[in-house]
Write a protein that binds this ligand. Structure first.
Ligand code: SF4
Length: 219
């Protein structure tokens, strides 16, 4: 059984399929507490949730008519037996992307027969959660995957660059820099990319914040 707080169809807001339709399954709970978290409500211990089986979620996904499935949270990798759901969805022809916070080991899933696509965060200093990052995860990423740095300051950008270079992330996977909404001007991020000749890094704005009310859920 999986603890699900939301299911809806929208567009992917991040990763390489940003802008494409996706069926989202949002799971309850997170092991981090980022300063800018916009889904804190889903992480509370008393957040309302529904228990769903893998077959129920597969049936729902099939009914949406959408072939991209995004597993998100919270932190989806905290769900017991999440690998079973991923396998079932992939075996049934879905492209499964998992949005994970960078603190939970991904090795087993990354080496499994039915491998999802990872969009993995690296939490920068402004998040208050950098100490929780498991940098061993970088070794399991490939060209289908993305590391996303959500930056809220110049200091964050400098750290994102250090990590990108230290782990040679541009040679390994996609690298996205994204602003904390309302905290740093995206133009400042572009200036930083120009100054540092950050070829191969993409700026990504959180599409949902621009299309809908930034506080709106289920979109
Ligand atoms: S990892 Fe994601 S869901 Fe968890 S606290 Fe941070 S922003 Fe929120």
């Amino acid at each position: 059984m999986y603890q699900v707080v939301e299911q809806f169809v929208s567009i992917n807001g991040e990763g390489v399929c940003a802008g494409e339709l996706a069926a989202f399954i949002r799971f309850k709970g997170c092991n981090l507490n980022c300063s800018y978290c916009d889904t804190k409500w889903a992480n509370q211990t008393n957040a309302p949730y529904t228990e769903k089986t893998a077959d129920e979620l597969l049936a729902w996904a099939g009914g949406t008519g959408v072939c991209n499935i995004t597993l998100t949270g919270g932190e989806p990798l905290l769900q017991t037996n999440i690998g079973e759901l991923i396998s079932l969805l992939i075996q049934n022809g879905f492209r499964v992307e998992i949005e994970t916070n960078g603190s939970v080991f991904i090795g087993d899933l990354a080496e499994s027969e039915h491998r999802p696509v990872f969009t993995m965060d690296y939490k920068l200093p402004e998040s208050g959660m950098e100490q929780a990052m498991d940098c061993g995860n970088f070794g399991y990423l490939n060209g289908d995957d993305t590391v996303k740095f959500v930056a809220g300051s110049q200091n964050d950008l400098t750290r994102a660059l250090e990590v990108t270079e230290k782990y040679q992330l541009r040679e390994r996977c996609h690298v996205y820099f994204s602003p904390v909404f309302g905290k740093i001007d995206p133009a400042e991020m572009v200036a930083f990319m120009k100054e540092n000749q950050l070829n191969g890094v993409r700026l990504q704005l959180q599409l949902h914040k621009f299309i809908w009310d930034p506080e709106k859920r289920g979109v």
